[in-house]
Design a protein around this ligand. Structure first.
Ligand SMILES: CC(C)(COP(=O)(O)OP(=O)(O)OC[C@H]1O[C@@H](n2cnc3c(N)ncnc32)[C@H](O)[C@@H]1OP(=O)(O)O)[C@@H](O)C(=O)NCCC(=O)NCCS
Length: 197
């Protein structure tokens, strides 16, 4: 059964995706809290990553991060921001500072060697599937940009699967510039986006 009853249910703010019976929760931005994640958030972050894999169309869209990597992202020089609604983690995003490692997308963006250490990656943003459609990816990226600026980062890069249309749209809306398409993680296509910070 196809349901699209947005509007009719605006008071309960639980609506349904067109053609899909997954409940979709509409939130007011003043109901949420953004915070810096730490070690105690690791298992919730892992669960959100698994939620994403169980709802996306293809595993080509997303690179799975292992526990060690997600744990590293919780501590400097990296920053992981979380969003809570009713006390529960519903989204997170990672600013990753890859230094001189091959995780630094500055190499793909041809950032000068002398500026690689002031280059950060918007590595991953995940929104819990029921909360898709509240603009939370853009909200988190804007906060990661603020965090990046305050730690002296001048270049921001991101990789997005060209099939991940919602993410591509969001980076474009935030004025990230498409630079080049490359074959990256496990042989999958990734578009490299760049923004001066
Ligand atoms: C990409 C992602 C973070 C975007 O979530 P978001 O911030 O809630 O997206 P938006 O608010 O911009 O959504 C805009 C529209 O696209 C829809 N949408 C968003 N993500 C969607 C998805 N993965 N599948 C289907 N529809 C989706 C929303 O429901 C909304 O529709 P509406 O305008 O009809 O209400 C989210 O889809 C997600 O967590 N995906 C899995 C992880 C991922 O791919 N992360 C990005 C890696 S670079």
């Amino acid at each position: 059964m196809n349901l699209d009853i947005r509007g009719c249910w605006s008071h309960s703010r639980v609506v349904f995706l067109r053609g899909c019976e997954m409940p979709k929760i509409k939130i007011n931005m003043d109901e949420i809290e953004i915070f810096q994640c730490g070690g105690r958030d690791l298992s919730d972050i892992m669960q959100l990553q698994e939620d994403a894999f169980s709802h996306i169309k293809s595993e080509r869209l997303l690179r799975r991060n292992d526990r060690d990597m997600l744990k590293r992202c919780l501590f400097p020089p990296h920053t992981t921001l979380g969003v809570r609604h009713n006390g529960k983690l519903i989204a997170f995003g990672i600013l990753y500072c890859g230094g001189k490692s091959d995780e630094n997308l500055g190499y793909d963006a041809q950032v000068p060697e002398s500026e690689l250490l002031i280059t950060g990656n918007i590595k991953l943003v995940i929104v819990k599937s029921e909360y898709w459609g509240n603009g939370l990816q853009r909200f988190i990226i804007k906060h990661l940009e603020t965090a990046a600026k305050s730690s002296g980062i001048k270049h921001l890069c991101a990789t997005v699967s060209p099939e991940n249309i919602h993410s591509v749209n969001n980076f474009k809306m935030l004025r990230y510039q498409f630079l080049v398409r490359k074959t990256k993680y496990d042989g999958h296509a990734r578009d490299i986006f760049y923004k001066s910070c």
